[in-house]
Design a protein around this ligand. Structure first.
Ligand code: AMP
Length: 207
């Protein structure tokens, strides 16, 4: 399965991507995770990306396209992959399309997880990550255990989240019609427990 996950920040696409990756035994490729790792490692690419990420802005297309093209050419992605957070622009979608055509392995679907903006904001602002385990918690809906060492991602701060949601809305204005025109778009309601959303996702992908 070759899948693109669409859905705004904090829509649960990361969680759903992990579930699908396990079920299908394929890698989930998150450009956000790759960029954060590059930034933490202090590589030239990471340093270039950092200023955009901290401002809640998109990292330039050529940077992320190069990163993804290299990643999906790795042996573990030959049977499929789930892209989380990519593409975010039509230029990225076109580059992906070209690359996959060249590999003779087209996309199966682009999955959009729909969640209202007010709920997204609350999810992101109250989201915390245990820096030792990577486990994600929510201060209201999924409270962390006392021993967790919590961090609040800089790009989960309210003003940055508002900016990311604005950028996301501008982006999907072009990407949803892009995948709809190619009959690849599947939409699911992302409000509910992770298990409920997984059921909807599995159903939508079987259509
Ligand atoms: P995410 O974890 O997917 O929300 O990504 C965090 C940040 O990484 C974003 O706010 C962007 O600055 C950057 N980023 C991740 N994926 C992309 C992409 N496909 N295009 C441009 N910037 C990206």
């Amino acid at each position: 399965m070759r899948l693109v996950l669409l859905g705004p920040p904090a829509s649960g696409k990361g969680t759903q991507g992990d579930v699908l990756a396990q079920r299908h035994e394929i890698p989930k490729i998150s450009t956000g995770d790759m960029l954060r790792a590059a930034r933490a490692a202090g590589t030239p690419l990471g340093r270039e990306a950092a200023s955009f990420m901290e401002a809640g802005k998109l990292v330039p297309d050529e940077v992320v396209i190069g990163l993804v093209e290299e990643r999906i050419a790795q042996p573990d992605a030959t049977c499929g992959f789930i892209l989380d957070g990519f593409p975010r622009t039509v230029a990225q979608a076109d580059a992906l399309d070209k690359k996959l055509k060249a590999l003779g392995a087209p996309l199966d679907a682009a999955l959009q997880i729909d969640v209202p903006r007010s709920l997204l904001l609350e999810r992101a602002v109250l989201r915390r990550i245990d820096k030792r385990t990577g486990q994600i918690y929510h201060l209201k809906y999924s409270p962390p255990p006392p021993e967790a060492e919590l961090v609040h991602r800089a790009d989960d701060q309210e003003a940055t989240v508002q900016k990311r949601l604005d950028e996301y809305e501008a982006m999907t204005a072009a990407l949803l019609p892009y995948y709809e025109a190619r009959e690849l778009l599947r939409r699911v309601d992302g409000v509910g427990s992770p298990d409920e959303v997984t059921r909807r996702v599995v159903e939508a992908l079987a259509r």
